[in-house]
Design a protein around this ligand. Structure first.
Ligand code: DGL
Length: 257
């Protein structure tokens, strides 16, 4: 069971009441639910619509311009129908591309998901950490610029995992996780340089927190995994007027297919 809230059709999105303060949470699949659970923790009464763009999964393989255009069109049409008070792009891959464009077309706050590179740079004791993300996220200037800005003196292993998001989808759909594949995907994160080893791994894709337990099992040595979801939820609280947070509404699930 992916969610414990009801799935609705595009037509039903229009059936809104006058309630304000609703939040649209978007990802390519179920990864953004790792962000949604944090939002629910800090804003337990907020009404959320989770938009799983499964027809376009995985975002990590898309060409940048095509993905930007696709996400902007999708979020605009869902927003026009459901009229949220804020949008959370619960996806690193999408956030590297669409935040500016979405902010231009929507007149509501748009919160993005940024790999927690600053936080890892502040916390690492060895000076060696990894960013584990989709191939799309690792190649974008957005991510490279964060490393230049916040970790210029550190050794950062920037690892683009090809099939990790799909393994997380497998797990949440109740299918067995392929541990050999998982081991291969995360292996490049574990580096040793001048006697210093990776001590932190930034989870730069919202799917990956769902695999933390399994990754711990196959990791060659213990590390601290950084999940950006709590920071995203705190940011949402800052931009959303608490007086407008919808109360008593059911969370909903809408997916493209
Ligand atoms: N959950 C998405 C992210 O945070 C990506 C998964 C995908 O490739 O679609 O980057």
């Amino acid at each position: 069971m992916l969610t414990d809230f009801p799935a609705i059709s595009f037509q039903q999105l229009h059936m809104r009441t006058d309630t304000a303060g609703r939040v649209l949470v978007l990802d390519s699949g179920i990864g953004g639910l790792s962000v949604q659970r944090e939002i629910t923790r800090v804003l337990p009464d907020a009404a959320l619509l989770y938009l799983a763009d499964r027809a376009a999964f995985p975002y990590g393989d898309w060409d940048a311009a095509a993905l930007r255009e696709h996400i902007c069109a999708l979020v605009q049409s869902v927003s026009a129908a459901w009229q949220p008070s804020a949008v959370v792009v619960a996806c690193n891959t999408a956030s590297t591309l669409v935040l500016e464009s979405l902010r231009e077309v929507l007149c509501i706050p748009v919160v993005g998901t940024i790999p927690a590179i600053k936080s890892a740079a502040e916390q690492t004791r060895s000076g060696v950490f990894a960013v584990l993300a989709t191939p799309g996220t690792v190649k974008r200037d957005y991510t490279q610029d964060l490393i230049i800005e916040f970790a210029p003196e550190h050794h950062v292993a920037l690892v683009g995992a090809i099939g990790l998001a799909a393994l997380a989808e497998d797990k949440l759909a109740g299918r067995a996780v392929d541990f050999d594949r998982l081991r291969q995907e995360i292996a490049p994160c574990f580096v040793e340089i001048n006697g210093q080893r990776t001590d932190y791994i930034v989870l730069g894709c919202t799917h990956y927190p769902f695999l933390e337990e399994e990754m711990e099992q196959v990791a060659p040595w213990p590390v601290t995994w950084i999940d950006p979801a709590p920071a995203i939820a705190r940011r949402l609280v800052q931009v959303l007027d608490p007086k407008t947070v919808a109360v008593g509404c059911e969370d909903l699930f809408f997916q493209t297919n």
